[in-house]
Design a protein around this ligand. Sequence first.
Ligand code: ADP
Length: 217
Amino acid sequence: MANQYAVIGLGRFGINIANKLFESGQDVLGIDVNEERVDEAQSYVTHAVIADSTDAEAMKTIGIRNFDTVIVAIGNDIQASILSVLLLKEMGVPKVIAKALNKLHGQVLEKVGADWVVYPERDMGIRVAHQLLSPNVLNFIEISKDYSVEEVKIPNSMIDKTLREIDLRAKFNISVIAIRHNHDIHITPSPDKLLDKGDVLVVIGKNRDLERFANLD
Ligand code: ADP
């Protein structure tokens, strides 16, 4: 069954979340104080309404507490974002996700009850820097402060070698969990599999070990 989502603030960040959920078959209510934004959003969400999320009565009328997840994607108005999260949690919304502009804003959002605080600018900035420093890394997920899973293009020196020969476990202390070639994925690959030009290894390990591996020529 589709989940019920509401997205408050239909700027670039909010509308992209809302539309992705909607395209995936979820029920999405878009909410914004700005009539133009609401009109523009109509074809990207299940339904869009004009309302102020700091107005308790308006949120009650919408029946906001019946939504499983509410995303507060308000842009620069920090006060409105904090007040909205507080109100939504007081009304009993099970999961409230909120966008923070900076660390202090994020700390306050957590204090007033946000279940998940996201920092899109910070995270994207880190991602871009990471990509510049390690061009072979196509994608990564941080598992903790020290460990990540990364997709790394194999260096030319590893073409036509087997996983056994390159022995990443001994040399770099990292494990290969899959090999991707274009859209084909081999999970738990055999140690005798020959690596091909264009192969991408999905590896897990400590960040500094992954970095050593990703910077090989
Ligand atoms: P972005 O960087 O995501 O584009 P914007 O500042 O352009 O951010 O968008 C934030 C949206 O949030 C705006 O469309 C604004 O009208 C909306 N918004 C701001 N305050 C409220 C509020 N209290 N209730 C509902 N929507 C709000």
